[in-house]
Design a protein around this ligand. Structure first.
Ligand SMILES: [Zn+2]
Length: 245
């Protein structure tokens, strides 16, 4: 487990990004089976979009989709899957929010004043769509969080050393968000390198967030520490986890 140091100062926040050899495939069932009465683990079906789901009492007590990601957990009342969502926010203690990552950037956010936490999954599509900003906006609009009270952590993910794309992806960034040009460098005649962590940071800053810590680790470079889809097609994933206790 890789505890996110930035949140350690907040006694009531538990957050980590898992490391090899742990796999989300094992962690999600074991965490779910250890839930106590009234505790939850929320697992979205991620679609590289920008929807952020608010996990409030109405959501917890409402109807839920069938657990197709982990059908063996269907009988655990606290285990809930959420359709078509890449970000989660809650202010309820005991509700663990998780996303899984095989190079995609995890963005964590915490507001200790309002006791609100959130996490988002930002691959290149979600990064470009601004899911990091959407995460923060949801905390502001739904819970009245002030930007200055929000601490954010951009966790380990594929970095600008390894996130290589061709012209099609680069052009999409330039067309949809021309300001991202400074986060894109030319590698050779056909390839470009994109700084996804930098773009997520810029989106957080655009929402007024000043306390941002960025994990320098590249999941693609650090073979002994992280699974990586880009490096070798790993099907195993890291788990991003945040919970109010
Ligand atoms: Zn790298």
């Amino acid at each position: 487990m890789n505890r996110t140091d930035i949140f350690v100062q907040f006694d009531n926040v538990e957050a980590f990004f898992s490391l090899k050899p742990d796999r989300s495939l094992d962690l999600i069932p074991s965490l779910s089976r250890n839930l106590k009465a009234g505790e939850y683990l929320i697992k979205p079906h991620m679609v590289h979009g920008k929807h952020v789901q608010v996990i409030d009492r109405a959501f917890l007590e409402g109807e839920h989709i069938d657990a197709v990601g982990y059908p063996e957990l269907a009988d655990i009342p606290g285990y809930i899957e959420v359709p078509e969502t890449d970000g989660l926010v809650t202010d309820i203690p005991g509700v663990a929010l998780v996303t899984t990552h095989g190079d995609c950037i995890p963005v964590f956010a915490c507001n200790p004043v309002k006791n609100v936490v959130g996490v988002a999954h930002a691959g290149w599509k979600g990064t470009l769509l601004g899911i990091a900003a959407q995460l923060v906006r949801t905390m502001k609009t739904r819970y009245g969080c002030s930007a200055e009270d929000i601490s954010a952590y951009i966790g380990a993910g594929i970095d600008k050393c390894c996130f290589e794309v061709r012209e099609d992806v680069r052009n999409k960034f330039l067309a949809d968000a021309p300001w991202t040009e400074k986060y894109i460098s030319v590698k050779d005649d056909e390839h470009y390198l994109i700084d996804l962590k930098g773009i997520n940071e810029a989106y957080l800053k655009s929402e007024g967030i000043e306390i941002i810590e960025i994990d320098p680790d590249c999941t693609c470079c650090l073979e002994n520490k992280y699974w990586s889809y880009r490096r070798c097609g790993d099907k195993d994933r890291m788990l991003a986890y945040i919970k109010l206790v």
